[in-house]
Each structure stands twice: as structure tokens, then as C-alpha cells.
Write a new protein. Structure first.
Length: 241
């Protein structure tokens, strides 16, 4: 099964998300077709991480949370386990149009938060309404990765949250990809990817156009005692923000 998934994904080309297995990390190879622009480090693109001591404290509870998880603890999860992602996929074109109106110049890597209220949410009614259907939504934003950008390897703070990306604008003239632990995933327009950001991950955009996704974090489905533990960790992080 795994071999067939990999083979199918490779045939689909670069704009592919591998929901289940991903691809083993291989040494990067230069493109024979185009000259890749120089990579520009973007250390501040993802949400700022808490103080290292606080992050270490929160990760002490990851074992309890993982043992209580109602979904896989793998780095990349199956989107079929999250029925609500279908709503994101249905609305992706309208959400893309809203994203393009607020993300700014394509040469810039930036995060545009989508709070439940405020000016950005007012300009993005369809995205806001669709996000209201996400159970346990923690936060959401449009994430734009500029041409030639590289986000260095990092880890999220708690397994109590999972991350979902909805591909909105994905360049096809180069390789836009993310490594999550030992797997490589590539975004596709109108498709969703769910992953656990507590695994080491980094991003590249070796293309001439920006990559834009709707990035949201949501509560991992948990049984007790993990639910109570995760809620406590999130309150601790919220108080420290």
C-alpha cells in the first residue's frame, strides 16, 4: 500500500501532498530546468515560539498527550480522520481570493493572522465562516513564503495542537516543499495537509512565485487524562504570551 501511494504521488509531480506516508528525505538535487534563486532565511515566518525553558516544560507532558490521542501520532496524519477539512477544500478558491487581497507583495514572507474579529476577518468573510466550522480551532493565518525562502528547522511546543495547511497558491516553476521529521510533503492548490509540528520541520520555496497557504492550528482529539493535560498546557502558554 505504501509503495503504491509513493508511486502515485511521484507521478503527480511537484504540486502533491502525500497525506499518509510522505517521502523519505533525500539529498537535494539541482533542477536541470531552471536556475533556483538564492535561498533567503526566514527565521520569523512561523508563529514565535515561547521561551526555551517554557517550551521544555510543556514538552514534558507530550508523552501523556500522545498516549491519550484518538488519532495517529505520526508526523503526517490522514486528512480522512478530520471530516471538517472537506469544507476547507470546497471553499479554497474563494479563500484564495481573500488571501491574495490581504497578503501583500509576493516577494515578502509573512504571516497574516485571521482572528475571530478585527479588520482582517472583516475582509475575509468566507475564510472566517469556514474556520468557524473547525472543532477546537486555536488560531489561523494566511502564511506566505516568498520565492527563494527557507524556514529553518524548528519544533512546535505541544502535541495538544495539530496543524492544517490548505494550499491556496502553489508555484509550479520550482520546488516548494516541507520536511516533517523524515518525510517530504508538497502542497497542492485546494488540498489539505495535517501534521504534528512537534516533529522537527522546515520549509523551502525554490520557485519564482510565492507559496500561500491557510495555516490553522486546532486541538488534537484526545481522551482523558490527555485532554485535561493538554488544556492546562495551552492555558500555560496563553498566560505566557
Amino acid at each position: 500500500m505504501t509503495k503504491s501511494i509513493k508511486a502515485s504521488a511521484q507521478r503527480q509531480g511537484q504540486a502533491t501532498i502525500w497525506h499518509n506516508s510522505g517521502e523519505a528525505l533525500l539529498p537535494a538535487r539541482p533542477s536541470p530546468i531552471m536556475a533556483v534563486p538564492d535561498l533567503v532565511a526566514v527565521p520569523s515566518l512561523p508563529s514565535p515560539l515561547p521561551h526555551p525553558a517554557l517550551a521544555w516544560l510543556c514538552r514534558l507532558f507530550d508523552g501523556v498527550i500522545a498516549a491519550s490521542s484518538l488519532v495517529s501520532n505520526e508526523p503526517v496524519l490522514n486528512v480522512r480522520d478530520f471530516d471538517w477539512t472537506a469544507g476547507l477544500r470546497r471553499q479554497w478558491r474563494a479563500i484564495r481570493d481573500e488571501a491574495l487581497a490581504v497578503t501583500g507583495p509576493a516577494a515578502t514572507s509573512r504571516i497574516v493572522p485571521l482572528p475571530r474579529g478585527g479588520e482582517t476577518a472583516n475582509h475575509c468573510p468566507i475564510a472566517t465562516a469556514t474556520l468557524a466550522e473547525v472543532p477546537g480551532l486555536h488560531d489561523a493565518a494566511f502564511a506566505q513564503l516568498a520565492p527563494g525562502a527557507h524556514v529553518a528547522m524548528r519544533r512546535g511546543t505541544t502535541k495538544g495542537l495539530l496543524t492544517c495547511h490548505l494550499g491556496l497558491s502553489v508555484p509550479r516553476d520550482g520546488d516548494a516543499r516541507m520536511r516533517v521529521r523524515d518525510r517530504i510533503v508538497r502542497w497542492a492548490e485546494g488540498e489539505t495537509l495535517v501534521f504534528d509540528d512537534t516533529h522537527p520541520h522546515e520549509l523551502w520555496n525554490e520557485a519564482r512565485a510565492a507559496r500561500i497557504v491557510l495555516r490553522l492550528r486546532f486541538a488534537r482529539p484526545l481522551r482523558q487524562p490527555g485532554r485535561t493535560v493538554a488544556d492546562g498546557v495551552l492555558r500555560l502558554l496563553g498566560n505566557a504570551a
